[in-house]
Ligand binder design. Structure first.
Ligand code: BTN
Length: 252
């Protein structure tokens, strides 16, 4: 991992509660930018909006990256997009899988969720002090693993490729992709990321509903803005969102 920011130091554990929780602790204690916390299993894996993340041994790649970006607040939303895009690129190059991005950073293969991202930040008096980007990718799954109460139907690499997931290659490929995209963002070259995510954006031109804490907004999913916001054409005109969870309307 020489010369890379992401993965400059990798801490690999057999089992932790949550790699995000451990990364937050390490970052608070001064861990360097690019430090990666990886675990073979998590006993308290966390998903977005308070959900849990199934984290059994052999079933997934679970990792969190510590970042200390010196970016304008508007560029921070791009980091969340970057993680999903890095996963999409690594799945393509290592596993030959074509992924789509469900805004902002879920990765879907054949319409099923194969990876998710949980980005968390801590701010101080001078702005964002550090960010942790937690990534979970479903690897060696059996059909029975798809059963359960999932908001988006899930899948795993082995189910999509009919072969064991090459988890170690995927790990190094993912770090390389994230390193490339992160360097671009930090040096202001964000156009490529936005263009790549736009062309892989799932449900573009189709109807979608965004759940916000206080309301649900439906419209046609038109694309993303240069800072990674979601553009929805609603009854009251074009609206841009920087947070929320997309629920696809089943009829579309
Ligand atoms: C989501 O789609 O809801 C986000 C899932 C994020 C899961 C990963 S697994 C590694 C890291 N540690 C956690 O506790 N969560 C993230």
């Amino acid at each position: 991992m020489e010369h890379m920011i992401i993965g400059s130091s990798v801490r690999h554990y057999e089992e932790v509660g949550s790699t995000n929780d451990l990364a937050l602790e390490l970052a608070a204690a001064g861990a360097a930018e690019g430090t990666v916390v990886r675990a073979d299993a998590q006993t308290a894996g966390r998903g977005r909006i308070g959900r849990s993340w199934n984290s059994g041994r052999g079933k997934g790649l679970y990792l969190t990256v510590i970042l200390r970006p010196r970016l304008e607040p508007a560029a921070l939303g791009l980091l969340s997009l970057a993680a999903g895009e890095a996963v999409r690129c690594a799945l393509a190059s290592v596993c030959g899988l074509e992924g789509r991005i469900k805004w902002p950073n879920d990765v879907l293969v054949s319409g099923r969720k194969i990876a998710g991202v949980l980005m968390e930040s801590r701010t101080g008096s001078s702005g964002v002090e550090y960010i942790v980007l937690g990534i979970g990718i479903n690897t060696d799954w059996e059909l029975a693993d798809r059963e359960g109460d999932f908001r988006v139907p899930p899948t795993g690499i082995s189910l999509e490729t009919d072969a064991p997931a090459q988890t170690e290659l995927l790990f190094t490929g993912l770090l390389a992709e994230l390193d490339r995209i992160y360097r671009d963002i930090c040096s202001g070259r964000t156009g490529g990321l936005v263009a790549d995510v736009s062309s892989a954006l799932d449900r573009q031109g189709r109807s979608a509903t965004l759940s916000l804490p206080d309301r649900r907004v439906s419209g046609i999913l038109e694309g993303i803005t240069p800072d990674g916001g979601l553009i929805l054409a609603t009854e009251s005109g074009q609206e841009i969102f920087h947070s929320g969870e997309l629920d696809y309307e089943k009829k579309s």
